[in-house]
Design a protein around this ligand. Structure first.
Ligand SMILES: [Fe+2]
Length: 161
């Protein structure tokens, strides 16, 4: 069977071009690892929770773009809201996603920093994927392991420590 060129590949094309333009090699490395890592974790969590492949696809796109401005402009403050705006521009320009899909993705990106608050099922997938990438990147590190969200996720996934 031939490999398909999907919407995720199209987003990856745009994102890769932008990441390649980052001058600082360390920021660039972190962007690749974290954005794609969160994307993959989000697709996994969506499917593990019983949502369909399209929901997993959209969750992956949200993960790939969720910290966009944090890496592109090396700026932590308001990065969730600003990344949501950039994601909206990127996705609208691509003309491959419906308005509802863009709204779903960008809403999740815009509120992903509110980890203490519980939002919609889709928003929660992104927040959990963010924590999952941070923790599983280094299972020995206590910092992320201690977080309530990480603990909940670990028990949801049936992971024994
Ligand atoms: Fe993140």
């Amino acid at each position: 069977m031939e490999r398909q060129y999907t919407r995720i590949d199209a987003v990856r094309n745009v994102l890769d071009n932008d990441i390649k333009a980052i001058k600082d090699e360390e920021v660039k490395r972190c962007a690749y690892v974290h954005l794609y890592g969160v994307g993959q974790a989000a697709a996994f969590i969506a499917m593990k929770r019983g949502y369909d492949r399209v929901a997993a696809e959209l969750a992956e796109v949200a993960g790939m773009l969720h910290d966009y401005t944090k890496y592109m402009y090396d700026k932590e403050e308001s990065h969730a809201e600003e990344s949501a705006l950039c994601a909206k521009n990127i996705l609208m320009k691509m003309e491959m996603f419906s308005e509802d899909e863009i709204e779903l993705i960008c809403r999740a990106i815009g509120c992903h920093s509110n980890k203490k608050q519980e939002d919609t099922y889709f928003d929660e997938i992104l927040k959990d994927a963010d924590e999952m990438q941070h923790y599983f990147r280094n299972p020995m590190e206590e910092y992320y392991l201690q977080k309530e969200r990480t603990q909940k996720l670990i028990s949801e996934l049936g992971v024994r420590l």
